[in-house]
Design a protein. Sequence first.
Length: 250
Amino acid sequence: MQCLRSNVQGVSASLLNSAKIHPSKVAVRSMGGPWKPYGPFVPNGETGLPSLHGDLPKPEFRDDHRRENWRSQTTPSERHAANNLSSYMMVGAGGGAALYMAKYALYGLALMLGPGRDKYAAAAIEVDLATIPEGKNAVFTWRGKPLFIRHRTPEEIAAAKSTDIASLRDPQADSERCINEKYLICLGVCTHLGCVPIAHAGDYKGYYCPCHGSHYDTCARIMKGPAPLNLEVPKHDFLTDTLVIIGKED
């Protein structure tokens, strides 16, 4: 290996010396053709061009060819890649607006094809009262409003019946409001400003509206506070002793 390296170094040195002495005699030969003068031999390192490959033509770094065929070599999106941001923003904004409009269009279509408000207003529900323990107040949703169904204890029934009707702001007897004395059925909407009262609270342990301090008894009658009327009792009928239908129209 050392011998071969020395031979290569010797050949390179001899070529370099001959080129310096006879620069005009450096010639190249094309594939299968005669030797032709190519030009003065320039040592490697002086111009940055390879000196031992004189048979390769000097490259021409010009853009003429690229400029002539640039439209066929690239697409419009590649030629204007730096200017696509505005297009992307417009497409994104348009797509968002289209989705937003489509959402409300589908919502309106669902409302149009669905049941009308009169159907919802006439909706009735059936409740199994056997699932409500004694002394508890169950809350349901009926026509978009909270519905209270209270399974009253004997003590709560006795307290409601012993109240002096003449002293009430909205006089109603307990029997007028409770078809079955065990169960109180009323809307959970305060008659003052529409708040939802709390069960088993207040001075009378019936219902209490903490917003403005309205107190109701165990029959949902207003006893104290700014509320002008008793809690509303919706129309209901007992199908059995423990099954009631609420909101059924005649």
